[in-house]
Design a protein around this ligand. Structure first.
Ligand code: SF4
Ligand code: SF4
Length: 60
């Protein structure tokens, strides 16, 4: 799953444009990632200009 550092994210929307599965939504005050749709491609992690996104491994 992708973890969002809400202190770093400025809601620029760059990550939304690269996400092939449309799981990122930008709201006025925060962004949200639907981790059920996320395929962990890391494109959003690489593109984010402020490094606000991290791919974390799920513990089951
Ligand atoms: S690219 Fe980074 S800063 Fe921009 S909306 Fe996405 S997570 Fe936030
Ligand atoms: S890792 Fe890929 S599928 Fe998941 S939110 Fe980022 S761009 Fe979308």
């Amino acid at each position: 799953m992708i973890e969002i550092n809400k202190n770093l994210c400025d809601r620029c929307g760059t990550c939304v444009a690269v996400c092939e599965t449309d799981c990122i939504t930008v709201y006025e005050a925060y962004i949200e990632i639907d981790n059920n749709k996320c395929i962990s491609c890391k494109k959003c992690v690489w593109i984010c200009p402020v490094d606000a996104l991290t791919l974390v491994t799920e513990e089951k």
